[in-house]
Design a binder for this molecule. Structure first.
Ligand code: HEM
Length: 128
């Protein structure tokens, strides 16, 4: 358990499949779809690049786009606790859709993302 980075254990192919499936769920989520662009291909590309570095692999986001400044980048969107929960539910669904990622790795990945999601909340509950 825990050999190498999470990126090494998951690999770019499964990570790409996860990100694609994640935005498939986002596009169908009534709380999330309205704040995302209709065409999610660039969003998915940036998320793949970010997660690559975040999970200990190549720092593709930094190389292409600079420092992610994630909290600042999310400030234009009203991210309530409900939207954070919806985002994590989409990720959980995408992990379930992605058996290429082993269960232990999926749990570790989800826990790491849940810690970041808390910090993206910038609007109080019930203010959608
Ligand atoms: C971009 C929503 C959490 C990473 C975005 C965008 C929205 C959004 C609306 C803009 C999409 C676009 O214009 O292309 C949310 C919501 C979250 C959340 C509702 C709930 C908590 C997270 C988390 C991460 C993350 C936890 C990282 C682990 C990113 C990245 C981008 C992004 C890397 C692209 C930034 C860029 O434009 O360069 N997010 N997000 N987000 N988000 Fe989130």
């Amino acid at each position: 358990l825990g050999q190498g980075s999470l990126y090494d254990r998951v690999g770019p192919d499964a990570l790409g499949a996860l990100v694609r499936r994640f935005y498939g769920h986002v596009a169908r989520d009534p709380l999330l779809a309205p704040i995302f662009p209709a065409d999610l291909s660039l969003t998915a590309e940036k998320q793949f690049a970010f997660l690559s570095g975040f999970l200990g692999g190549p720092p593709l986001y930094h190389e292409r786009f600079g420092h992610p400044r994630l909290r600042a980048r999310h400030l234009p969107f009203a991210i309530t606790p409900e939207r954070a929960a919806a985002w994590l539910a989409c990720m959980n669904a995408a992990l379930r859709d992605t058996p290429e990622i082993a269960a232990d790795d999926a749990r570790e990945l989800y826990a790491a993302l849940a810690r970041v999601a808390v910090h993206m909340v910038n609007s109080p509950a019930g203010t959608l």
